[in-house]
Write a protein that binds this ligand. Sequence first.
Ligand code: GLY
Length: 320
Amino acid sequence: MSHTPILIVHGGAWAIPDDMLEAHEQGVFDALQTGYSLLELGASATDAVEAAVTKLEDDTTFDAGRGSFLTRDGRVQLDALLMDGGTMRAGGVACVERLRNPIQAARLVLDRSPHIYFVGQGAEEFAAAHGMPLIDNSELVLDRERERLALAQSNERAGLPDLTFAGPTFADDKSPETAAPPLDSHDTVGAVALDQHGNIAAGTSTGGTLNKDPGRVGDSSLIGCGCYADNQSAAVSLTGWGEPIMKLVLGKWATDRVQLGRSPEQVAPEAISYLHKRLGGHGGIILLGRDGRYGLAHNTPRMAWGICTPDGPRTGTRIE
Ligand code: GLY
């Protein structure tokens, strides 16, 4: 039986500035066009997700691939995961510095390795051994991001309070991970798809948080945290402040609820509400069931999103 294909993408949940709204909407629109044209031709959900995320990584608007936020020492360090819900195959890479498209390296891991996850130099060498060019890290770094990092570090030195975080302040809790990063310091891209064959897939890619310590890995590339897909439940991609999402294994939390019979439309806002209530986290989610039902939610001021069905594409920068 042929299923109606659906592709949903996000370009990060954060305080997207007004002057970047148009670029975000255009970017998610372009990613939809790229991925959905494949689904229409009968391609797999995994192919469509990989293509859509590649398009988002190539767009310097987003914190993924070239143009990503910089580490504390001024480098780009990328994480990505791709998961095929039909086969439960997955591929992840983290802390890669010499790959333009980490989602494509994740695809190589998914297709060609008995392992699931590679980090750093080992990930780069695996990708190179399977034909991906290695580039100099400076090719991924934009002046815009050097300036953004310099500002963040000068604010940090000046001890300026974070005025952009609208969640709980945890005034009595001094543990380091409860110090929420500002809402302008992280972003991520992702996609979930249902193909004509009835299979679902998910992918997430990120440059992580601004001014992160080298070697830090966030939620995006960790199975069940920022990304997950299983034909028996749902496909999910998350964006936002990675540490709380990781501690709650929030992607799996959400897909488990779909498996128990709840609709993605209900579960998506519940997941974001749980993230906030339990750990003061902030972020966004796209969640797609195998029956084509879906849900999107965020508790950040904005989230760039796009959905494509046979009725055509829709995009936005806020879910009302
Ligand atoms: N959600 C992206 C990160 O925290 O790395």
